[in-house]
Design a binder for this molecule. Sequence first.
Ligand code: 13P
Ligand code: ZN
Length: 273
Amino acid sequence: MGVLDITAIQGFIKMCNDGWLQGWHERNGGNLTYRIRPEEVTELKPFFTYEKPWVNMGVRAQNMTGEYFIATGSGKFLRNVILEPQNNICIVEINEAGDSYRIVWGLEQGGKPTSEFPSHFMNHSVRAAATNGEYRVIYHAHTPSLIALTYILPLDARSFTRALWQSATECPVVFPGGVGVVPWMVPGGAEIALATSELMKKYDAAVWAHHGLFVSGPDFDITFGLMHTIEKAADIYVRILSCGQGIRQTITDENLKAIAREFGVTLNPEFID
Ligand code: 13P
Ligand code: ZN
């Protein structure tokens, strides 16, 4: 039994590869983190070492102290994760102050967790708080159609949510709360982490203008499915506009309400007329 035999590690590796196969991870684009369950930490602990230094993250979350995360490495290509997990992903421990990490496994040829770790960490903090600890996965991808929409739609939650809900009938069921939108910001630091996590208090997903998408969820399947559903809806919207004749008919607000009634979901009332 080794680290790579643990189910959570295998799910993490599969998700990196699933994203690569979708075309969302050019070069080192995109990153993934998973907050490890206590029973999985117990299984993994024999393989941990505690020689690496603590690294301050520039952000702090009291409800994440002592947690362990699996994270993709900064500058690592997600397409390589399945080939050499031990050199492309790592496990980090969070200190008692909730403001620093140290690598306890992985990145055997050197490196550090994703440059977006502050955003992942703060998103984990707010999504865990909002779901009573249920949410464990944060995923960032460079989804092309959604990025394209950030050049033509107003950069607000209402415009994006309505465009996506109206682009495929299942969308309001998959993300009834809608999506938030972060204006263009320099990636990789505390500022964008705080702006994103502020939106993640309300939404499962946050668009990064001209960059990509962050999504959250309880497990790998649901989180990947959310990324996939949003990007597919964006792709449909781009195709509609590419036909060049505008929108003749769409899913109406009455239709959206009917879907919500039938599927037993509550649509964010801010986005319904
Ligand atoms: P990392 O290689 O540091 O994960 O950065 C990739 C990325 O998508 C930055 O937003
Ligand atoms: Zn990115």
